[in-house]
Design a binder for this molecule. Structure first.
Ligand code: IPD
Length: 273
């Protein structure tokens, strides 16, 4: 299995690097976009091209593998996760940032086998940040091994937190309440505008905890294995096991911190993927 994983990883990494060039061409922004679920949920031609490049290359190399891709699902393909090797793709995570030229956006690519994330690649070509993880082999930033921080208490934790891509009133109420609580209880609050990069910050110890409601499998598949391989934990924001299709995630540098945050926040349950 490990040999296969190494081969899958090598092929995927070379495709991600070359697709990253499509993003780099628009480092100053990309003002041509369409709307998806609402007026702050955006998609560009580059999102579509990156996804086509990855699915085209991976299905050529591994014809039996399955795919869950953000833009394919937006175009009506069903989001189905089986035990088969399944590549889970966010072609541009942080599309709002990409449109504005805010340089925190990335390709997020995970591989799930038997419903467990085995490979994670998060590549921000604007800042040349390449985060990688393979099951049992550690987590890396540009080839250097990374680890989560030692922080175990919320009052010492830097919290990464998003407002998300929906203006749903009930969800916004929960987001604002939790933001207030994190400002009061945490050490500081930050927001990068990319779910995958937020998780990568926890993996590298730059932040200590991140949670979000409303994200999708493609936002968190690579981040899940990256955080776990860096020594951290990924759980459901209410404290149960991580469920990739639940559209809910909480990752942290330690189980203690994850549980403290889970007890401190209001919950929101979006429709599942
Ligand atoms: C979004 C970003 C954003 C997060 C949203 C995601 P997209 O991904 O990661 O930070 O708050 O929940 O949907 O739409 O830019 O790929």
């Amino acid at each position: 299995m490990s040999d296969n994983i190494d081969e899958y990883f090598d092929v995927a990494l070379s495709l991600v690097r070359s697709a990253g060039n499509l993003i780099k061409e628009h480092v100053d922004g990309c003002n041509v976009f369409e709307l998806k679920s609402c007026d702050i949920d955006l998609v560009t031609e580059i999102d579509k091209k990156v996804e086509e490049t990855l699915i085209g290359g991976l299905s050529k190399a591994f014809p039996t593998h399955k795919f869950i891709g953000e833009e394919s699902v937006a175009d009506g393909v069903k989001c189905v996760l089986t035990d088969d090797p399944t590549w889970i793709i966010d072609p541009v995570d942080g599309t709002m940032n990409f449109v504005h030229g805010f340089p925190h956006n990335c390709i997020s690519l995970g591989l799930s086998i038997n419903k467990e994330n085995m490979i994670g690649i998060i590549y921000n070509p604007n800042l040349e940040q390449l985060f990688t993880a393979k099951k049992g082999q550690g987590a890396f930033l540009n080839g250097r091994q990374i680890h989560v921080s030692q922080v175990k208490e919320l009052n010492k934790a830097l919290v990464v937190f998003e407002t998300g891509t929906s203006r749903d009133e009930e969800k916004c109420k929960v987001v604002f309440e939790n933001l207030k609580r994190m400002i009061n209880l945490g050490h500081g609050v930050r927001s990068l505008g990319s779910a995958a990069l937020n998780m990568a910050m926890v993996a590298m110890g730059g932040a200590d905890v991140n949670f979000e409601f409303g994200i999708h499998a493609w936002d968190i598949s690579a981040g899940d294995i990256l955080v776990r391989e860096a020594g951290g934990v990924c759980i459901d924001p209410a404290g149960g096991p991580f469920d990739m299709l639940s559209r809910r995630v909480l990752c942290a540098s330690s189980q203690e911190l994850a549980e403290e945050v889970a007890k401190s926040i209001d919950q929101f349950y979006p429709e599942r993927d």
